[in-house]
Design a protein around this ligand. Sequence first.
Ligand SMILES: *[C@@H]1O[C@H](CO)[C@@H](O)[C@H](O)[C@H]1NC(C)=O
Ligand SMILES: *[C@@H]1O[C@H](CO)[C@@H](O)[C@H](O)[C@H]1NC(C)=O
Length: 367
Amino acid sequence: MTPFKRLKAGVLAVSIAVSGAFFTAPDNAVQAAEKLTIGNMGEPASLDPHFISGVWESRIVGNMFLGLTTEAADGSIVPGAAESWTVSDDGLVYTFTLRDHTWSDGKPVTANDFYYAFQRILAPETASGYSYLLYTIKNAQKVNTGKAGPKALGVKVIDDKTLEVSLEGPAPYFVAQLVHYTAYPIPSHKVKELGKEWAKNKGAVSNGAYTLEEWTPNAQIRLIKNPKFYDADNVSINELIFYPQEDRSAVLKRVRAGEVDIQTDFASSDLKWLEKNMPEYIRIAPYLGVYYYPLNTSDEVLKDPRVRKALAMSIDREILTDKVLRTGEVPAYGFVPPGTGTYGQPSEVNWKTLSKEERIAEAQQLM
Ligand SMILES: *[C@@H]1O[C@H](CO)[C@@H](O)[C@H](O)[C@H]1NC(C)=O
Ligand SMILES: *[C@@H]1O[C@H](CO)[C@@H](O)[C@H](O)[C@H]1NC(C)=O
């Protein structure tokens, strides 16, 4: 599975860290299932890993593709399409050895499929929204912004099974970044054959646990187990069905009707009712993400940092987390959520310690 990346650069005004809230059927029901039905908030814009940015898209694509590394059930980073790798003494050069495995059409997955994917997502003309996540790779930003040609990119095919990646600087988190869909391999042979359509239809070639069986827009996406997946013996569910459904009260009806096993989100306003009537279906789990209001600093008034600070100080985060959202969210006084990898103690604004009255007084002063 891929990590859920929601953080985007933007003007920080006010933020509230979130936890997730979702429904699942009781565990034994899921384990015995031949198929798993998942209420998935949005309709995907694409299933091509280079043209997605949403958590709902990553849930589907993450079941179809396998990057060089992947996550174990406990979230630790383990070998994926690469069975092993070495790092140079200066921490700058990673050499990956690919495991023997094939695409779902039987063609071997090669180092060139990764080379092709990195070049494609970083090509300026691809205009991929999340390409900047790969700027850890040497010259990736220059290539992506047209300041260097594709040859400058720090990715090299040594042979079919060996890929060498050079970094801008030492980055021990690089192997964790590779879990993200921006670093999945792309079946170059299918893109050459089908162009942009390659990931749209039944049989779209992938190298992960599942392949696309059906995509009926705004109705359902069906994935079926990929018998060619290298670890297929460990894949116990044969079919995954994703229902796009943004209307949360409609979602609740489907859950109550037994139509979905997992619903990835529910309205906070339903929490009380759910706690009383369907307590066994609710799971509230930590979720790494930030809610924030970006402000447009082209605006003459908002350009003034005093105004932005006053707005940030006057939002009552505790009311929002404790009384409105109520699913374990923690008030955010900084942009990096607690629990972020090896980040240590995230920095927070120095006025966090002020009382509500003191904040309002200072905000009025600033205005
Ligand atoms: C897959 O199955 C094998 C053999 O049963 C087992 O050793 C291995 O730990 C499993 N892998 C995962 C990721 O569960
Ligand atoms: C920001 O404000 C400027 C000036 O009012 C406007 O032209 C621009 O479209 C706004 N940007 C966004 C992202 O809304």
